[in-house]
Design a binder for this molecule. Structure first.
Ligand code: NAP
Length: 252
């Protein structure tokens, strides 16, 4: 069975590992090409956009793909919309791995906002010291609130876009540890943390550290992401694939 995994996440890397060791499947991992040096993967990997729905549909047909796993990030809404439509056009099944959201616990001071722009405004008028854990692609949005001091963590450095004037960049790739995150926030005298609700364990430590230090968290809400069959982890996606593949399900 030929599988396309749309990746760029921990789940996609786990799927690549699981699929590499499974003779029932011949899988390709697709990455957008956002990171300069992605981790090497044990299955065939292609990098770069397909060219919208028509490009993806043509690729799926040309490669005779039997099923697609959408294991993209919860905030990568465009590729998921494209995958849903392309799979519909080609007539193949799609399963989406959607990590559960992080949930606040008693005592947490979370402020949910709809976008990075809204997050920038929600920090407030008075200058504050802000930790940005929203990814490189959103940093330029904070230029509308130039009065703050920002500490932003990124995998690759931003290029080209206008950034807020007072921003310190820290280049690092998760997973991150709670204690180290607490030290980072305390040493940088951070007053507020801004993050996406990415879910998963790799980047949760900054939220736990904010909890430990009693800091408010501005949480950018997830966008609506189109999906067909939803599972919450890679193992479930593989079980679903095995079901789709089995003769009892064919023609259903
Ligand atoms: P997006 O807005 O949904 O996608 C924009 C375009 O990038 C798509 O239309 C597609 O181009 C291309 N693309 C995205 N994912 C792709 C993939 N896996 N393989 C091939 N092309 C892909 O996505 P994004 O927010 O730019 O995120 C890009 C990638 O980074 C995703 O794979 C995502 O999982 C990962 N990521 C995103 C975030 C985030 O917060 N957004 C965080 C961590 C990781 P074409 O239309 O030309 O096909």
């Amino acid at each position: 069975m030929r599988i396309l995994v749309l990746g760029g996440t921990t789940e996609a890397s786990t799927l690549a590992r699981l699929l590499a060791g499974d003779v029932r499947f011949k899988a390709t991992l697709s990455l957008a090409g956002r990171t300069n040096s992605p981790r090497p993967q044990p299955i065939a990997t292609r990098i770069g956009g397909f060219g919208g729905v028509p490009g993806l549909a043509a690729w799926l047909a040309a490669e005779r793909v039997d099923a697609v796993i959408d294991a993209t990030h919860p905030y990568a809404a465009q590729i998921s919309a494209n995958a849903t439509e392309a799979c519909r056009q080609v007539g193949i099944p799609l399963v989406s791995v959607v990590r559960p959201c992080w949930q606040p616990v008693a005592g947490d001071d979370w402020h949910e906002v709809a976008s990075a722009d809204a997050a920038a405004l929600a920090i407030g008028v008075m200058p504050r010291r802000v930790f940005l854990g929203v990814g490189r692609q959103e940093l330029h949005r904070f230029a509308i609130a130039p009065q703050h001091h920002y500490v932003a963590r990124v995998i690759d450095l931003p290029a080209g876009e206008r950034m807020p004037p007072d921003m310190r960049l820290i280049q690092a790739r998760g997973p991150f540890e709670r204690e180290a995150e607490r030290a980072l926030l305390a040493d940088s005298r951070i007053e507020v943390v801004v993050t996406k609700n990415s879910g998963g364990t790799a980047t949760f430590a900054k939220v736990e550290a904010a909890r430990d230090l009693g800091l408010p968290v501005i949480m950018v809400r997830r966008p609506g992401k189109p999906a067909s069959h939803v599972v919450s982890n890679p193992e479930e996606a593989l079980r679903w694939l095995a079901e789709v593949r089995s003769p009892s399900r064919r023609g259903v």
